[in-house]
Structures are given as structure tokens and as C-alpha cells.
Design a protein around this ligand. Structure first.
Ligand SMILES: Nc1ncnc2c1ncn2[C@@H]1O[C@H](COP(=O)(O)OP(=O)(O)OP(=O)(O)O)[C@@H](O)[C@H]1O
Ligand SMILES: [Mg+2]
Length: 310
């Protein structure tokens, strides 16, 4: 297997795409190690399961990358379901600051209380509002902390989390309280690779690239969402779907979630297998850019054009 070149231009060696090379074997491993096994509604490759279990065993965050719609966010929900833990989600925005994830000191409320005499304002602790990371580190029980789309924030964001993610502890400066996690949270961090993450941050994580599902796994994923889909219609849809994805010149290739939407629309409209064979009904569920519409209609860019494709 050669190096994989991602849409972002990043190059991944085969071992990074596959995660740990266990040749797909899970038997023979320590039972306690194999904690996460996927769920009925979230289907995983063995490599992704290993990555989660390594992250849990080492107590290190799992950094998951992959094309949009390949189940990065859903993975945290699946870990929650499979291990029966609570989820704390932190949806990162371009304006997010790492410190806000720990706690906010609500000075405005305190000022108001002091003006209107509602509360005993000298007790600062009541104005400390824990953020998602703060709640995960102060929880009595182990939780799953999802830090979703870390690459949306600026570069300082991951750098500012190094200490907390390493030591799983933080202090509230205003009160002097120090909190040490009773049980290290399972941390799942997702990234769409919009920005490079700093090396010091990467060093502290277990990495997994969610490889785009091959046909067999994809068929199973679709069946989870649309158990009523007929075998022949599904085969036809998958053939068209992978053909579209292979077209040269597409700026945004359709992904798992778009395939699920497409098949959902076909089922609701009662479209038959032969109709899908002749055309691509509801293309707007798969293709989201005008330029990509043109590429699909032409069967690829001029260099790869093949009118017989559809
Ligand atoms: N392995 C899977 N098993 C079941 N459903 C899946 C799987 N992967 C993706 N899906 C479907 O795709 C949808 C999108 O998944 P999710 O939101 O986790 O993607 P994402 O990788 O986080 O995308 P983005 O980068 O755009 O946030 C899910 O709601 C689910 O319907
Ligand atoms: Mg997501």
C-alpha cells in the first residue's frame, strides 16, 4: 500500500491510515484493553477501535481526522453509548479560547449582585462557571470529553491546552482552588485539517485518520440508517456514489452522510434501481458546488472525461 494523498494535500503513510498494524486481529488481545467495540448504529473498522482503546489505555486524547461526514463527531457519541459514560461536548468556534473551556468568572453577575444586594458577593466560588473541560476534570465519574473541530480556533488554542490535557488538572486563579481529575476523561478531539496542529500538541495525542469506508463497510453503514433499502438498489447507489467520488476535478467529494441522505431521498420518493442506473436523481444531496455539478455532468474534467460513465 502506498502513501495516501489527502484532499488537503497532506501525505499519510500506510501505517497512519490503518492505525496500528494488527492485521485486523482482535483476538488474543487483553480483554481489558478491548473496551470499545463500536455500537449497533456506529460501525467501525478494527483500526479505529484499536485507536480508541489505545487512547483509553494510555489516558491520552484521541485526535481523529478525516473527510467531513466520515463519523468523527459521531465517534465520541458511540464511545459514550458503548462504555455507558456521560458526554461533555465542547464545540470549538473561531472565537473559542482554551481558558473558557476551563471556567469563566462571571464578574458582571457579581457586580449586579453587589449593586442590588441579592447575594453574598464575597463568596467568589458561586461566580465561577465551569466550561466543558472544567466539568470533565471535576466530574466524580469518568466522562467522555468531545473537543469538536479543534482546527476552527486559532493556533494558540491547542497550545494552551497542553498542560491540562497532560496532567488532567487545573487551578482557578481567583479562588486558588486546584482540581485534579478523579478519573481521566476519555478525550476525543476532531479536526478537519483546516489548520496544522502544533507538534507539542500532537505529541500528547493518539492519532487516527478515519479512512473513507470501502464498499462493504459503507453498505453496512447505509443499512444501519436505512434497513429497508433493497440489495439491488443499494448496490446501484454505491456504484454511482463511488464513481462520482472517483471523478477528477471534484472540489468536494460526497461523503458518508451525503450518501445516507441521498438514499433516504430515493427511498422516500420511491425511485427504482433502474432509474438510478440511468441518471442521478436528487444530485443536490450529493454535490454541493456549481463547479462540481458541471464535473459530474461531464463525467469528469476534460482530461478524464468519459461520457459513457452514466
Ligand atoms: N461509521 C459510521 N456508522 C454509522 N453512521 C455513520 C458513520 N460514519 C458516518 N455516519 C453518518 O454520517 C453522519 C455524519 O457523521 P459526523 O457528523 O460524525 O461526521 P464528521 O466526520 O464529524 O463530519 P464533519 O467533519 O463535517 O463534522 C452521521 O450522522 C451518520 O449518519
Ligand atoms: Mg463533526
Amino acid at each position: 500500500m502506498g502513501w495516501e494523498i489527502l484532499e488537503t494535500g497532506e501525505r499519510l503513510p500506510p501505517w497512519a491510515v490503518c492505525g496500528i498494524n494488527t492485521n485486523g486481529k482482535e483476538g488474543g488481545m487483553n480483554k481489558d484493553f478491548n473496551k470499545f467495540a463500536g455500537t449497533e448504529s456506529y460501525l467501525t473498522s478494527p483500526e479505529l477501535r484499536h485507536a480508541v482503546n489505545v487512547s483509553v489505555a494510555l489516558g491520552r486524547p484521541l485526535l481523529v481526522k478525516g473527510e467531513p461526514g466520515t463519523g468523527k463527531t459521531l465517534l465520541a457519541h458511540a464511545v459514550v453509548e458503548d462504555l455507558s459514560l456521560e458526554l461533555i461536548a465542547w464545540n470549538v468556534k473561531s472565537t473559542s479560547k482554551a481558558a473558557d473551556g476551563l471556567y469563566l468568572y462571571d464578574t458582571v453577575q457579581r457586580l449586579q449582585d453587589s449593586r442590588f444586594g441579592d447575594r453574598q458577593v464575597s463568596d467568589i466560588r458561586q461566580y465561577i462557571k465551569l466550561g466543558p473541560l472544567g466539568r470533565a476534570l471535576t466530574s466524580d465519574k469518568q466522562v467522555v470529553l468531545l473537543i469538536d473541530e479543534i482546527d476552527k480556533a486559532d493556533l494558540e488554542f491547542p497550545n494552551d491546552l497542553l498542560h491540562e490535557l497532560d496532567m488532567m488538572e487545573f487551578s482557578v486563579i481567583e479562588t486558588g482552588d486546584r482540581h485534579v481529575a478523579k478519573s481521566r476523561p476519555i478525550v476525543v478531539i476532531t479536526s478537519n485539517a483546516e489548520k496544522e496542529l502544533p507538534d507539542a500538541f500532537l505529541r500528547r495525542c493518539v492519532f487516527h485518520y478515519i479512512h473513507f469506508p470501502e464498499r462493504k463497510l459503507m453498505a453496512d453503514i447505509v443499512r444501519v440508517h436505512h434497513p429497508e433499502v433493497g440489495k439491488k438498489l443499494l448496490e446501484q447507489c454505491l456504484q454511482k456514489f463511488y464513481q462520482i467520488r472517483s471523478l477528477d476535478g471534484l472540489r468536494k467529494r460526497p461523503s458518508t452522510s451525503e450518501l445516507i441522505d441521498w438514499i433516504g431521498a430515493l427511498l422516500q420518493a420511491g425511485i427504482s434501481r433502474s432509474e438510478v442506473a440511468q441518471a442521478i436523481p436528487f444530485l443536490g444531496t450529493l454535490i454541493k458546488r456549481k463547479e462540481d455539478y458541471d464535473v459530474v455532468e461531464q463525467g469528469g474534467t476534460s482530461s478524464t472525461r468519459s461520457h459513457s460513465m452514466w
